[in-house]
Write a protein that binds this ligand. Structure first.
Ligand code: C2E
Ligand code: MG
Ligand code: MG
Ligand code: MG
Length: 292
């Protein structure tokens, strides 16, 4: 009976794996067609300085609404794009789009802010990546300090010497550098010290539990104090509540990102909400002369 059970299990897993492969294959096909039609779009999520409550940056995030299956999450399609190599084309598109949008905002005389772009593992390992960044900055005319690149901790820890060289070259170009999802990978702290980065982003899994779980609170505190001692800025991602915000402020975190401030928005909405000159608070506004 145990044997029959084992065989059933095997059949079950085999079927599951086939189903997964088929789904993956179908998704890859839709993704290819979607890219050809320029269906994926980018949204912008604000980064807010805790001290001033001012929006001081944005992160570009890919959004894809498939005609048949509806919205597909980046955590679903990015891995597929990575395995199929589509990510090179897609990543280049996001980079160019984000830089061009930021340049257009600046040309319109809006408050200038840096825009961050996520860099996938495959892009980071690609030998043309450095050239690509230089080319896109040149072509869009965006000053390098208004581009920031986010690379996950696990990617930077892969080939340490190469990471140091690449980050140094990007830094020399003048772009900002952040380590994304910090705390979830296994950092070599001696290397982390050698990375010429500007910002550590505390992974949202810690932030999520910061007010209910002592370990998450301890890890968050440790990351903040480590970032400060290395002279990096530190930003918490996935901040959703006033309580989480209060904790992070008390612990000396620099910036927050999350639904507490705003989710990712289409470019026009982001501009409307965060880039127009701040209106004076209603109570302080002088009455129009005609009304006096
Ligand atoms: P990430 O770079 O860590 O981005 C943060 C993710 O958290 C985004 O998910 C964002 O929508 C989500 N988020 C923001 N605020 C909150 C919050 O308050 N609560 C919760 N629960 N979630 C929040 P998204 O857009 O689904 O992206 C997931 C991941 O996919 C990103 O993680 C990033 O690694 C990757 N990704 C997204 N766009 C791109 C891209 O253009 N290129 C590459 N290579 N990767 C991308
Ligand atoms: Mg990111
Ligand atoms: Mg992140
Ligand atoms: Mg994350």
């Amino acid at each position: 009976q145990a044997k029959a059970h084992g065989r059933n299990n095997y059949q079950f897993f085999k079927r599951r794996i086939n189903e997964r492969a088929i789904k993956r294959f179908a998704l890859e096909g839709s993704l290819r067609r979607a890219i050809a039609r320029e269906e994926p779009a980018i949204c912008f999520q604000p980064k807010m300085a805790i001290a001033t409550r001012e929006v001081v940056g944005a992160e570009a995030l890919l959004r894809w609404h498939d005609r048949h299956s509806g919205p597909v999450s980046p955590s679903q399609f990015i891995p597929i794009a990575e395995e199929s190599g589509l990510i090179i084309q897609m990543g280049e598109w996001v980079l160019r789009k984000a830089c061009a949008q930021n340049r257009a905002w600046q040309d319109a005389g809006l408050r200038p802010i840096p825009v961050a772009v996520n860099v996938s593992a495959v892009q980071f390992r690609d030998h043309h990546f450095l050239d690509l960044v230089a080319r896109v900055l040149h072509e869009t005319g965006l000053p390098p300090q208004f581009l920031e690149l986010e690379v996950t901790e696990s990617v930077t820890m892969h080939d340490l010497e190469r990471t140091v060289t690449l980050l140094e070259a990007l830094k020399a170009m003048g772009v900002g550098l952040s380590i994304d999802d910090f705390g979830t990978g296994y950092s070599s702290l001696s290397y982390l010290k050698r990375f010429p980065i500007d910002t550590l982003k505390i992974d949202r899994s810690f932030v999520h539990d910061v007010t209910v779980d002592a370990d998450s609170a301890a890890i968050t505190r440790a990351i903040i104090s480590m970032a400060r001692s290395m002279n990096h800025k530190v930003i918490a991602e996935g901040v959703e509540t006033e309580e989480q915000f209060a904790f992070l402020r008390a612990e000396g975190c620099d910036q927050v990102q999350g639904y507490y401030v705003s989710g990712p928005l289409p470019a026009a909405d982001f501009r409307q909400a965060f880039l127009l000159p701040a209106a004076a608070p209603l109570t302080d506004a002088p009455l129009p002369t005609g009304a006096r």
